[in-house]
Design a binder for this molecule. Structure first.
Ligand SMILES: Cc1cc2nc3c(=O)[nH]c(=O)nc-3n(C[C@H](O)[C@H](O)[C@H](O)COP(=O)(O)O)c2cc1C
Length: 202
């Protein structure tokens, strides 16, 4: 079963990454998960959670937190360059970076593969496999915009975490699910168990 690589970096909106893992596992997918060094800091200040860095402990942590037993989950350290997913020989369906910080975005755009997330993104681009990037920053400066353009030109799909208002969301969870569905639509994954907007109520 080909896996999907999910990367969560140190940008705001960690809940998007968490919900992505949950929905994929509920849909019985095989998930390879990498958190950047910055993501652990944001998890502490934004979500008030201490995520274990050690891969086995982290897998147990997510299973407990997200209350999901199905699917396959493998966690990696941000600096594990010997991981199978760091090589183009390891087949994947694609990679989603959600949320993506401007730091990670800039390093990928410049081919500066310092951590495993950047290396995996580099591999997805060179192997011409789907790379979905959900950049989170506001406002954007010209360097951010040029990096986004560079990545789009290199084949990445840029899917910003922007909710829609035409769906009449009532809760933050409604907004999160709208964004998560759009992300995985971009990857060609038809996910169930998640609220999908399907036109205005008649
Ligand atoms: C609570 C918090 C929220 C942050 N939000 C963002 C953000 O939305 N976008 C961004 O580019 N950086 C944000 N940062 C800064 C990044 O975490 C920082 O630049 C970090 O070095 C990024 O590292 P990474 O790219 O390895 O994850 C935030 C930091 C903190 C502590």
């Amino acid at each position: 079963m080909n896996s999907i690589v999910i990367a969560i970096t140190g940008a705001s909106a960690m809940q998007l990454g968490e919900r992505s893992i949950q929905v994929l596992l509920e849909n019985n997918k095989n998930v390879n998960l990498i958190l950047s060094k910055g993501a652990y800091e944001v998890a502490k200040s934004e979500r008030n959670i201490n995520i274990p860095v050690e891969p086995k402990a982290q897998t147990i942590f997510w299973r407990d937190k997200l209350e999901v037993k199905s699917g396959q989950l493998t966690c990696y350290r941000w600096n594990d360059h010997s991981a199978s997913i760091a090589s183009g020989s390891h087949k994947t369906k694609g990679m989603v970076i959600v949320p993506c910080s401007m730091g990670t975005l800039g390093r990928i755009a410049s081919g500066f593969s310092l951590d495993l997330i950047e290396r995996c993104a580099d591999v997805h681009l060179k192997e011409n496999r789907p790379l979905i990037i959900s950049p989170r920053e506001s406002p954007l400066n010209l360097i951010h915009i040029e990096n986004i353009k560079r990545l789009a030109n290199a084949g990445a799909l840029i899917v910003p975490p922007i909710p829609a208002w035409y769906t009449n969301p009532e809760t933050i969870e409604d907004m999160i699910d709208f964004i998560v569905v759009r992300l995985f639509d971009s990857l060609g994954e038809d996910l169930t168990n998640v609220r999908r907007w399907d036109g205005p109520n008649k």
